[in-house]
Design a protein around this ligand. Structure first.
Ligand SMILES: C[S@@+](CC[C@H](N)C(=O)[O-])C[C@H]1O[C@@H](n2cnc3c(N)ncnc32)[C@H](O)[C@@H]1O
Length: 199
């Protein structure tokens, strides 16, 4: 695989290791994923944090955000703030399990699906994956008690993000490090998640 070149130089790791939490997960069935549907935070909550606004001024993210224009980008959980409203993407697919506020989707592809089911159908190393506020136990356990199933969902979602993402993923969420592992680039003031570089 090629090395990832940014304005800051060449970045990358020799291997694409598994996330720490996911080595022995038996895949969830479609029926188990369906049981989880009601637990995912609805997309139409207007008070939702705008994570994208929060990352815009992070210097360490800038070279990666600039690179989005050269890649197919899949965003898991865009809610009301799809990344392509802020940054040019080579192509853009927003994956959202419930209908939500998308003020200006601009004719871009916007899929009603949960992130795990969507990623399962994608090839290895096929897109930049971005996700803000989804690898987060509060978001994926919204009013839900079957935390064991939800934990497995998050483990498998992280594994799929790592499998599909190339040459990098940007994942920010309150439990990102637990499921994705330690990021390669940690923007200032972001305590969970960051940029995961794969090559
Ligand atoms: C905290 S909001 C963040 C919204 C947006 N990314 C932002 O930064 O403003 C989390 C979003 O993830 C969506 N979501 C929840 N569960 C999901 C799942 N399993 N797959 C994909 N998206 C999900 C929610 O509907 C919601 O829109």
């Amino acid at each position: 695989m090629e090395q990832l070149k940014t304005s800051g130089g060449v970045l990358g790791k020799a291997l694409k290791p598994e996330a720490p939490q996911v080595q022995s997960v038996v895949s969830l069935t479609t029926e188990q994923i369906r049981q989880l549907e009601s637990s995912w935070m609805p997309g139409n909550i207007p008070y939702m944090t705008n994570y994208v606004e929060g990352i815009r001024r992070k210097e360490k993210l800038k070279p990666f955000l600039d690179l989005l224009a050269d890649h197919a980008v899949v965003e898991i959980g865009p809610g009301g703030h799809p990344l392509n409203n802020f940054y040019q993407c080579g192509s853009y697919t927003g994956v959202q399990p419930h209908p939500c506020f998308v003020p200006n989707i601009g004719g871009e592809k916007y899929v009603l699906s949960d992130g795990l089911s969507y990623l399962r159908a994608l090839s290895d190393n096929s897109a930049v994956v971005v996700s803000f506020g989804v690898l987060d136990e509060d978001v994926l356990n919204y009013g839900f008690s079957n935390s064991h199933l939800s934990e497995r969902y998050m483990q498998e979602l992280a594994r799929e993000i790592r499998r599909v993402a190339y040459p990098f993923a940007i994942v920010v969420g309150n439990n990102a490090n637990k499921y994705m592992g330690v990021p390669d680039e940690v923007p200032a003031e972001i305590t969970q998640g960051g940029v995961y570089v794969f090559k």
